[in-house]
Design a protein around this ligand. Structure first.
Ligand code: PLP
Ligand code: CA
Length: 303
């Protein structure tokens, strides 16, 4: 397989690269910033793209924040943006449930394993849900819970979907509810399947490491709505109607971002080395995902 073209420091190659695309789908964490640390030159690089008339879309697998909260984060980092330019896996999940899955009422309620970002986006699409950040689920399981979950008296008959994202308060009680809804035939969705979640210190468990316990219990695989799921690509395209051949996905993670761009048949993929994936991943014999381009850091595009 062909190795990616290295753009850093090569102005001719950078110019050719920029001329090839009208739309840039930008992963956020690991590309623009790491946690709360904005990478130097991010703001200027985005200004450069916008000054060349490029459309940018911020595409994140982070389901813990709604689009509005993400926009606040971008603003606090000094990055101008509008809510419409932001696509998160919580929003992608809400769109999928409301506009594609369209389960008929009354059995169309969602049991949420996740944080408020998911709840906000479900609300924005008019979807009913339980679980999530409700304090009633943030406690130890009791003998009454075992009994009521088993006989169904503590379960909501209208739940038809279990949606698993990153839940910082995941516990045995919530997993037990989720498992029993799935066992009763609820559809199994996941905001994203990221195995890990990097922060400033180290890697921590990602959303996929929570939903995998439900996979283990049920033997079912969830439909995932974040990168690399093409359900997310389709809903982004539904909103922006871009020409895929003139669109480039930029990301730090080969198994989510770069795969998302390749499977979406975009015109290009650009890997940055400021996040999860390292060069040796694509240089390895039989590497499954190889980007078309790479730079050490996003701001190398400024030349
Ligand atoms: N999931 C969670 C909960 C996160 O906090 C993050 C990064 O902040 C991610 C996923 C990865 O996000 P991205 O797709 O922007 O790299
Ligand atoms: Ca990332």
């Amino acid at each position: 397989a062909q190795l990616p073209k290295h753009l850093s420091g090569d102005q001719t190659a950078i110019n050719e690269f920029l001329d090839k695309f009208d739309v840039f789908l930008l992963d956020c964490d690991g590309v623009l910033w790491s946690g709360d640390h904005l990478f130097p030159g991010t703001v200027e690089t985005l200004e450069l793209l916008r000054s060349k008339g490029k459309q940018v879309v911020f595409v994140t697998n982070n389901s813990t924040k709604s689009r509005a909260e993400y926009q606040k984060k971008l603003t606090s980092m000094g990055i101008p943006s509008s809510v419409d330019e932001i696509f998160g896996s919580a929003y992608s999940s809400a769109i999928y449930i409301a506009r594609i899955l369209k389960l008929p009422p009354p059995k169309n309620k969602v049991f949420v394993l996740g944080e408020s970002g998911i709840e906000t986006e479900l609300k924005s699409e008019g979807i009913e849900f339980i679980g999530g950040t409700d304090p009633a689920y943030r406690r130890d399981i009791t003998p009454e819970d075992y009994k009521g979950i088993a006989d169904g008296s503590l379960l909501d008959d209208n739940v038809g979907i279990v949606l698993a994202g990153l839940d910082f308060h995941v516990n045995y009680l919530k997993l037990s509810h989720a498992y029993h809804y799935l066992a009763r035939g609820a559809k199994f969705l996941a905001t994203n399947l990221d195995s890990t979640l990097p922060n400033n210190h180290a890697f921590f468990p990602g959303a996929g490491s929570i939903s995998i316990s439900l996979v283990n219990m049920t033997g079912q695989q969830p439909i995932a709505l974040g990168k690399p799921s093409q359900a997310m690509m389709d809903s982004i395209e539904g909103k922006f109607q871009f020409d895929r051949k003139r669109t480039c996905m930029v990301g730090d993670r080969l198994d989510t971002d770069i795969r998302f761009g390749i499977e979406g048949k975009l015109g290009g993929t650009l890997a940055v080395l400021t996040g999860v994936s390292k060069k040796d991943e694509w240089e390895a014999e039989g590497a499954p995902v190889i980007p078309a381009y790479y730079v050490e850091k996003l701001s190398d595009l400024r030349g």
